[in-house]
Design a protein around this ligand. Structure first.
Ligand code: CAA
Length: 260
C-alpha cells in the first residue's frame, strides 16, 4: 500500500510511523486510519520489527484528532463505521505482540490522545498538549477515550478532562500518569529511540506474553486474571530464550536471546 498520510521507516528493530498531514495538524481521516491499520499489520508480520514508534510530522502536532472536515455532515450511519474503524486499529496497536511507543510532539487532541492511549508507553515533548475536547464539538470521544483514559488515570481525572474538554500540558500529563516521561522537544525522538533500542533485544515471546496477560487480564475478575497470568508465564518456559535468560544469569553474563 502507498501511504499518502503516513511516513514509514524501519531499522535496528525499530519501526517509526509518522502521521503526516501537516495542513490539518495530522488529523485522522478514514484514509489515514486505513493506512495506519495497514502499517501496523506490516509491523506485526515483520519479525525484525520489535518496537513501533508513533509520532507526528512537524513540531506542532502529534495528531489534532479525527478530521472534523470529513465528519462535519455525518449522520450516525456514517459515523458508526468511522468509530468502528478507529476502535479496530486502536485495539490492533494495543494488543500487537510488539511494543508501541507514542512520541507525542505537540497537540494530541481527541483521536490524538486516543492513539497515544492505545500505545504501551507514552513520551511527550515539553510543548505537548493532551485533551479530549469532543464535548466542545457536541460529541464524545469515539476512539476509546472514555474507556482507556479512566483505566489509566482514574475515573475522577478522566471525567474532569472529558466532561470539560480541557487541554492539559505535558507536566500535568506526567503528574496524572498519562505520560511516562517528558523531554525537551528537540530531544524527544532521540530519547524515545534510545529507550526503544534497549527493548529490541528483549525475548519476543516473553514480551508477547507480558502484553497478553496485562491486556486480556485487566478486565477479568482477579482470580481469572491471575490464572491467565499463570498460563502466560508457564508458556514462556517452552522457549529457548527462557533457558538462555536463566543460564546467562547463573553464569553472570548478559543473555543473548535468539527470539525462539
Ligand atoms: N480536523 C480537521 N482539521 C483540523 C483539525 C481537525 N481535528 N485540527 C486542526 N485542523 C486544521 C485547522 O482547521 C486549520 O486548517 P486551515 O489552516 O485550513 O484553517 C489547520 O489545521 C491549523 O489549525 P488551527 O489554525 O486551528 O491551529 P491553531 O494553532 O490555532 O490551533 C488546535 C491548534 C488547538 C489543535 C486547533 O486546531 C484545534 O482545536 N483542533 C481541533 C482539535 C479537536 O477538537 N480534536 C478532536 C476532534 S474529534 C475526535 O477526535 C473524535 C474521536 O474521538 C475520534
Amino acid at each position: 500500500m502507498t501511504y499518502n498520510n503516513l511516513l514509514f521507516e524501519s531499522g535496528e528493530g525499530i519501526a517509526t510511523v509518522t502521521f503526516n498531514r501537516p495542513k490539518a495538524l495530522n488529523a485522522m481521516n478514514p484514509e489515514t486510519a486505513r493506512e495506519l491499520k495497514d502499517v501496523i499489520t506490516k509491523c506485526i508480520n515483520d519479525e525484525n520489527i520489535k518496537v513501533v514508534i508513533l509520532t507526528g510530522a512537524g513540531d506542532k502536532a502529534f495528531v489534532a484528532g479525527a478530521d472534523i472536515v470529513t465528519m462535519q455532515n455525518n449522520q450516525p450511519s456514517q459515523s458508526l463505521p468511522f468509530m468502528e474503524q478507529g476502535h479496530e486499529v486502536m485495539r490492533l496497536i494495543e494488543t500487537m505482540p510488539k511494543i508501541a511507543i507514542a512520541a507525542v510532539n505537540g497537540f494530541a487532541l481527541g483521536g490524538g490522545t486516543e492513539i497515544s492511549l492505545a500505545c504501551d508507553i507514552r513520551f511527550a515533548s515539553e510543548n505537548a498538549k493532551f485533551g479530549l475536547p469532543e464535548i466542545l464539538l457536541g460529541i464524545i470521544p469515539g476512539w476509546g477515550g472514555t474507556q482507556r483514559l479512566p483505566r489509566l488515570v482514574g475515573m475522577g481525572i478522566a471525567k474532569e478532562m472529558i466532561l470539560s474538554g480541557t487541554q492539559i500540558d505535558a507536566k500535568r500529563a506526567y503528574e496524572i500518569g498519562l505520560v511516562n516521561r517528558v523531554c525537551p522537544a528537540a530531544e524527544l525522538l532521540a530519547e524515545v529511540r534510545k529507550f526503544a533500542l534497549k527493548l529490541v533485544s528483549l525475548p519476543p515471546f516473553a514480551v508477547k506474553m507480558a502484553k497478553y496477560s496485562m491486556n486480556f487480564g485487566y478486565d477479568l475478575a482477579l482470580d481469572n486474571a491471575t490464572r491467565l497470568e499463570i498460563q502466560c508465564c508457564a508458556q514462556c518456559f517452552s522457549t529457548k530464550d527462557q533457558k538462555e535468560g536463566m543460564k546467562a544469569f547463573l553464569e553472570k553474563r548478559k543473555a543473548v536471546f535468539v527470539g525462539q
